[in-house]
Design a protein around this ligand. Structure first.
Ligand SMILES: Nc1nc2c(ncn2[C@@H]2O[C@H](COP(=O)(O)OP(=O)(O)O)[C@@H](O)[C@H]2O)c(=O)[nH]1
Ligand SMILES: [Mg+2]
Length: 558
């Protein structure tokens, strides 16, 4: 144990030295893309935290259900629509408790019974409560000492904060359990996620959830299929675990614990060392490829360098043109947002109208008083009913409004990919250097749920005349008038709803466009800075390369 602790300490020291060089390189060559990974590594060098065992994967893969099954109680929210909205970490602790940390740094202890108020999409939509993370201590998790189980919102969810939360988490991942539903084939998303994860951890396992959906012989077939595909696509093998929380739960859980969780827990220090070492070496590798570019450029004469820049950035080097492309891509989509939503909402108008007419028929006879009072009653009733109904439609159906958002996302994503591919190919052709894969992810901003407000119920006012109107005679007439108003109210307010959603969705599309532009601008700036180094820097760069190699060798050996 003593020796182990010492070993971890050595790895931390050696990783610290790599980070010193990486930071120096980034400073010197103005590289911005490695900052986040560097920061995370730096924090691991300074403390000796629990190992974060993160459950990742597409939303609805069964991540939260799996964790509930491990801890033996239904603690985390589970559902058929994306439900987990914030990172939730569970660890062993003397007393049962849950602490909510907010982005502003404030913390509050909450009762475990109130957990879903903070972690579920339904009760904390869009993470309105600004929760950064929820930490839960459970006395029952003694067997997992040294580990922290991390539930993440889904990757691949259209909600920006889900993607963002999960992806921002990636550099911090200690060990990764990638949950994939066993009844689905391995997707491009999953492969991309594994590739990303390989930058951060050597400990990746696959969890094929919902095994109960398959026959026993199919189960083995699927495992074999995943094995073969991963080997072919990633040239690597990964442990694969089947799981179900419906059938044979104990068997699946036992294997998971014996072959992964207990092992990690028992060898916690060695594991932590291994993970930190891996992260630091991976960072060094990315840094190395930037250094190679800088070195090659630095060796060229000034005139050559100008030509080089042109060759690499080429036509795509024209940022104004790129911006125009991006605007065109997003505009093609946003002009259709409103029509799409309205078309979709059409189907709800009739049932909604019928329901309101029906409700009104039951309600109205109970209203007492003169026309003035009757009108107030009606307005109030209508407002309440429309709010409830339209809000429900919004909550249930808004996924169907996202068509243009998703298309814009896909087009921007493709544009970025091709920009990146072209840049990479040019750099390789001109300088003979391969770029390390960069994080190149778009985030989709979620339209928040709109407020619903009801417009004026009457176009003209009876208020001045109400005392003149004999209700005994005219009540029936007004009741018909109220009922007659409903169709128009439904029409006006569904349109309002469509407009509100359009505004939010198009704003989200606009946000995505800005993100894409920023990505490209940053990457161009980095390459530009690399290419613009003054010639006298060859020695500096060689020195940095040598330092990085020495630090890397030391860490790899230690
Ligand atoms: N048949 C089956 N369904 C499951 C299993 N685990 C989860 N589910 C269902 O899958 C859906 C998504 O589960 P959830 O845990 O919320 O997924 P998450 O979004 O990845 O956290 C829910 O409807 C669960 O009931 C399982 O082992 N078998
Ligand atoms: Mg979940």
């Amino acid at each position: 144990m003593e020796a182990m602790t010492q070993n971890v300490h050595l790895i931390q020291t050696a990783s610290g030295q790599i980070l010193d060089v990486v930071e120096q390189v980034c400073d010197n060559l103005q590289i911005i893309s490695l900052k986040r990974s560097t920061d995370v590594c730096r924090s691991l060098v300074h403390k000796n935290p629990l190992i974060d065992v993160a459950i990742l994967g597409q939303f609805k893969a069964g991540k939260s259900s799996f964790l509930n099954s491990l801890i033996g109680r239904r603690l985390l929210p589970v559902g058929v629509i994306p439900v987990t909205t914030v990172i939730t970490r569970i660890q062993h602790g003397e007393n049962e408790r849950a602490i909510v940390s907010h982005f502003d740094g404030s913390k509050a202890e909450i009762s475990l019974d109130d957990l879903v108020e903070y972690t579920s999409e339904a009760q904390n939509p869009g993470n309105q409560k600004d929760v950064a993370v929820v930490d839960i201590d459970l006395p029952s998790l003694e067997d997992y000492a040294g580990l922290r189980l991390v539930d993440t919102p889904g990757l691949g969810s259209v909600f920006k904060y889900h993607m963002e939360t999960s992806e921002n988490w990636l550099p911090e991942v200690g060990a990764a359990i990638l949950a994939i539903s066993a009844d689905r084939p391995l997707s491009e998303h999953d492969l991309a996620l594994i590739r990303d994860l390989l930058q951060y951890t050597p400990r990746i396992v696959l969890l094929l959830t919902k095994a109960d959906l398959l026959q026993p012989d199919q189960q083995q077939e699927v495992v074999q299929f995943f094995k073969d595909t991963l080997k072919r696509e990633l040239k690597q093998e990964f442990p694969i675990f089947l799981y179900s929380n419906r059938e044979n739960v104990e068997k699946f859980k036992h294997r998971m614990e014996m072959e992964l969780l207990y092992k990690l827990s028992a060898n916690r220090d060695a594991e932590f060392g291994r993970i930190l070492q891996y992260k630091a070496l991976s960072l060094a590798k990315s840094c190395q490829s930037y250094l190679e570019i800088a070195l090659k450029t630095s060796r060229q004469a000034d005139t050559d360098r100008e030509a080089l820049k042109e060759q690499i950035l080429g036509e795509k080097g024209n940022f104004t043109q790129i911006n125009e492309d991006l605007i065109a891509i997003t505009r093609t989509q946003s002009i259709h947002t409103r029509t799409n939503i309205e078309k979709y909402l059409d189907r709800f108008k009739r049932p909604l109208h019928e329901k309101l007419v029906d409700n009104l028929k039951h309600e109205m006879p109970q209203w007492q008083g003169n026309l003035w009072k009757l009108t107030r009653h009606y307005e109030e009733w209508l407002r309440e009913n429309l709010i409830v109904e339209l809000d429900e439609i919004s909550a249930k159906e808004h996924k169907h409004f996202f068509g243009t958002l998703l298309k814009a996302h896909a087009s921007l994503d493709r544009y970025l990919e091709s920009f990146r591919a072209l840049l990479g190919a040019n750099i390789e052709r001109v300088l003979g250097v391969k770029m390390a894969p960069a994080e190149w992810k778009l985030e989709v901003a979620p339209p928040a749920r709109p407020d619903i407000s009801i417009g004026q119920v009457f176009l003209f006012h009876f208020d001045l005349l109400w005392f003149l109107i004999p209700m005994a005679v005219f009540r029936g007439h007004f009741e018909r008038h109220f009922t007659g108003q409903l169709a128009n109210q439904v029409y006006v307010n569904t349109s309002r709803l469509a407009a509100q959603w359009e505004e939010r969705i198009n704003r989200a599309i606009e946000e995505m466009r800005k993100q894409a532009a920023n990505y490209i601008r940053d990457e161009m700036a980095t390459i530009d800075a690399l290419l613009s180094q003054t010639p006298g820097r060859t020695n500096d760069i060689q020195q940095l390369t040598a330092d990085l190699e020495t630090a890397g060798r030391k860490l790899a050996g230690g």
